[in-house]
Design a protein around this ligand. Structure first.
Ligand SMILES: *Cc1c(COP(=O)(O)O)cnc(C)c1O
Length: 385
């Protein structure tokens, strides 16, 4: 499928890996193949059908992500949650046990607590590498992590968790959405399965839902069988749109990294800000781990206002940064986790999780950094007591 040399660098792979070359026209872009009916018997022996995850445009995305994450194979889903649910369904049977990082993406947390138990699967939530090891039982089949996590951007030593999984013969799975394959390649650190919500940075334009799983060819074959039953695939037009987004992934992520780093250091100096949470800052508790395993620190940052009561004034004054859910697009977005992702927790549970009422999460976009700094400054000035 991919005509790209395996040792090419990420920015080149974003553009060229997986491309479906159209020999009839010599076009530079993959054509879009919308058919849901393909010849049978097919001259190649293949049985092509969108829900079999094997149409040309699905294969283009899979080829690109397998190359970028340095994996054997990839599978493209209709959403990040479809990817996550299908991974869990593939590996876990009634009576099995799985270990999840406690500060999971909200949708994944709900999937685990509401659906896994219904399937007779037991689970534990843990914090930190040692707790992953301590939580393993005879029926443990899966260790699941996110690094950096949402919204406190904690970074777990990925190679250490991968090592625990390998020693116990347990599959290790990471949600790599926040880092992107540009900043972090977990398979190279020993992780078995990498998941992305492609809705975020991979597509990067806040205009489609998609998900991706990358792993060894053998494991993706198992995943494909289950995925075919569950049916959470992506259609050809959305694949074409996602392919276009992916071509600029390396370029966008470089700018997200740079803008977030600049804004983090700026906010650190601001009198209205109590603290800034960004893995690229030496003050971040996991800075050393992040520096070891990431090539860039990403576009997500959080900060705490000194006066939480002024949070609505701050949000209302912003003119460039949009108060909105989701993340990873070219536009800067801001949200307040205590009112969004963590609103269903009790105040005590939020306190325990480190989510204060003054906590603000920024998905730093790729606008001009001077405009972002000016916008946040004037909104914070309105916010000053
Ligand atoms: C958004 C997100 C998901 C879910 O992805 P969808 O495409 O919305 O289904 C999973 N994990 C993380 C870290 C996310 O940010």
């Amino acid at each position: 499928m991919s005509s790209t040399h395996p040792t090419r660098r990420a920015a080149t792979l974003c553009i060229h890996a997986g491309t479906h070359h159209d020999s009839a026209t010599g076009g530079a872009c993959s054509p879009i193949f919308p058919s849901t009916a393909y010849a049978f018997p097919h001259p190649t022996g293949a049985n092509i059908y969108p829900r079999y995850f094997n149409t040309p445009n699905q294969r283009v995305i899979a080829g690109k992500l397998a190359a970028l994450e340095q994996g054997g194979e990839a599978l493209v889903f209709g959403s990040g949650m479809a990817a996550i649910a299908t991974v869990l369904q593939t590996e876990l049977r009634p009576g099995d046990h799985a270990v999840f990082q406690a500060d999971l993406y909200g949708g994944t947390h709900h999937l685990v607590t509401r659906e896994l138990a219904r399937g007779g699967v037991e689970y534990s939530f843990v914090r930190g590498v040692e707790e992953f090891a301590a939580a393993i039982r005879p029926r443990t089949r899966l260790l699941y992590l996110e690094s950096p996590s949402n919204p406190l951007l904690r970074c777990l030593d990925i190679a250490a968790v991968a090592d625990i999984g390998r020693r116990h013969g347990v599959l290790t799975v990471i949600d790599n959405t926040f880092a992107t394959p540009i900043n972090q390649n977990p398979l190279a650190l020993g992780i078995d399965v990498v998941i992305h919500s492609a809705t975020k940075y991979l597509n990067g334009h806040s205009d489609l839902n998609a998900g991706v799983v990358v792993a060894s060819a053998a494991w993706i074959q198992r995943l494909t069988e289950v995925a075919t039953h569950l049916g959470g695939m992506l259609d050809a037009h959305a694949c074409g749109q996602l392919e276009r987004g992916l071509k600029t992934l390396a370029l966008r992520v470089r700018q997200h990294n740079e803008n977030a780093g600049r804004l983090a250091r700026h906010l650190q100096q601001h009198p209205a800000v109590r603290c800034v949470i960004y893995p690229g800052l030496p003050e971040h508790p996991d800075h050393a781990v992040a520096a070891r395993q990431m090539r860039g620190f990403g576009g997500m940052l959080s900060f705490e206002l000194r006066a939480p009561s002024r949070i609505d004034r701050f949000l209302g004054q912003l003119r460039v940064v949009l108060p909105a859910l989701s993340l990873g697009g070219v536009e800067s977005l801001v949200c307040v986790p205590s009112r969004t992702s963590h609103r269903l927790m009790t105040p005590a549970e939020r306190h325990e999780a480190g989510i204060s009422d003054g906590l603000v999460r920024l998905s730093v976009g790729i606008e001009d950094i001077e405009d972002l700094i000016e916008d946040v400054d004037q909104a914070l000035a309105a916010d000053s007591p």
